[in-house]
Design a protein around this ligand. Structure first.
Ligand code: KG4
Ligand code: ZN
Length: 342
């Protein structure tokens, strides 16, 4: 079974071929980071235009890399939400045209379900797929949520962020520190050499019994710390060891809360396996802290390799394969839904 996945929900134009729901035959991404960088964030209209320009070559490349022709495909899966409406439309309309021309089934995939499926893709670090039921910690630029996954497509939201997503917090703090966009990777790198206890930062909702998150206060605390630093006579943004210390302190504040709530949810739900997905799952501090918690508490940890944590079409093809085998096809009237929920 060969499924083509297409992903254009935000600022990556991506196409992939996945075999039998698990084996990645190709995974092509045309990143738009350079096009959006001058604006310090994703500009929706720019994203749509870039998708239009690159979607066809990206799909052709995915087929070439997989060494197959269009006729070998069994289905076409595409992200239909959540995301930017104009960006989603490019992928969905392209997928419809392709499915219609090839006479193959079309499958509409929820981007978040795609992230959840990333840990099911074959990889040397993930010899077996995660068992069901399991808990999922989804930490991306747009979402932060703790989800109970009973089976593919059967999920229950246990907690979510009340304001900024974890990735959004990384990006906003990186912007405050002059580290450019997107800033998660830059903070991750700097944090590796810093002292996580150098700057005292808040852990919002940490002591509470619920499984929700809040990161906007943390971003404000970093801004306040920078303002005080300036008031104390510092003319410039922190550099060198001071910058590394601030990054390490911020990252640890985010990681602490994510780990604490995951452990609480696993215990409360009586689950023995945790899947972590979304762009922030690539963070080395989070991966190390969760590995330690898994050893201490005895749960099984499934985190895709860093390259499969951020938006890729392989995750859409994987989630699409699950729907395809269940016969859950979409019609040619498949609509995009920018606010689609799991
Ligand atoms: O899942 P994703 O690629 O896109 C969304 O669906 O949002 O996640 C992108 C987010 C960005 O906020 C980016 O800064 C963050 O993931 N990110 C990281 C790292 N790599 C990507 N955050 C922290 N550490 C990283 N290594
Ligand atoms: Zn994503």
């Amino acid at each position: 079974m060969l499924v083509l996945g297409i992903e254009t929900s935000c600022d990556e134009t991506a196409a992939a071929v996945v075999e039998d729901g698990r084996r990645v035959r190709s995974d092509v991404v045309a990143s738009q980071i350079l096009a959006h960088a001058p604006y310090g964030g994703v500009v929706p209209e720019v994203a749509s235009r870039q998708h239009v320009a690159t979607i066809v070559p990206v799909i052709r490349r995915a087929l070439t890399d997989a060494a197959i022709g269009f006729g070998d495909l069994d289905a076409v899966a595409v992200t239909c939400g959540p995301g930017l409406v104009g960006a989603l439309l490019v992928g969905v309309e392209t997928a419809k045209a392709l499915a219609f021309a090839l006479g193959k089934p079309l499958v509409g995939v929820n981007h978040l379900a795609g992230h959840l499926a990333a840990a099911s893709l074959e990889d040397p670090t993930l010899p077996t797929p995660p068992p069901f039921p399991h808990l999922a910690l989804l930490v991306s630029g747009g979402h932060t949520a703790i989800i109970r996954v009973d089976e593919p497509g059967k999920t229950r939201l246990l907690g979510a962020t009340r304001d900024d997503a974890a990735g959004e917090a990384f990006d906003k703090v990186a912007k405050l520190l002059g580290l450019g966009y997107p800033g998660g990777v830059a903070i991750d790198k700097l944090a590796a050499t810093g002292n996580p206890r150098a700057v005292a930062l808040p852990r919002a909702l940490a002591g509470r019994d619920d499984l929700d998150f809040s990161f906007s206060g943390l971003k404000t605390a970093v801004a306040t710390w920078l303002a005080k630093d300036r008031a104390a006579g510092s003319a410039r943004l922190p550099e060198g060891a001071a910058l590394a210390d601030l990054c390490a302190s911020f990252q640890t504040a985010v990681v602490d809360v994510l780990v604490r709530k995951s452990r609480r949810a696993l215990a409360r739900e009586g689950l023995g396996a945790l899947v972590v997905c979304g762009g922030v799952a690539a963070n080395r501090g989070l991966r190390a802290a969760l590995a330690e918690a898994a050893r201490a508490d005895g749960f099984a940890l499934f985190i895709p390799p860093p390259k499969r944590c951020t938006d890729k079409a392989s995750m859409i093809a994987a989630a699409g394969s699950e729907l395809f085998v269940r016969g859950k096809y979409a019609g040619l009237d498949l609509a995009v839904d920018p606010g689609l929920e799991l």
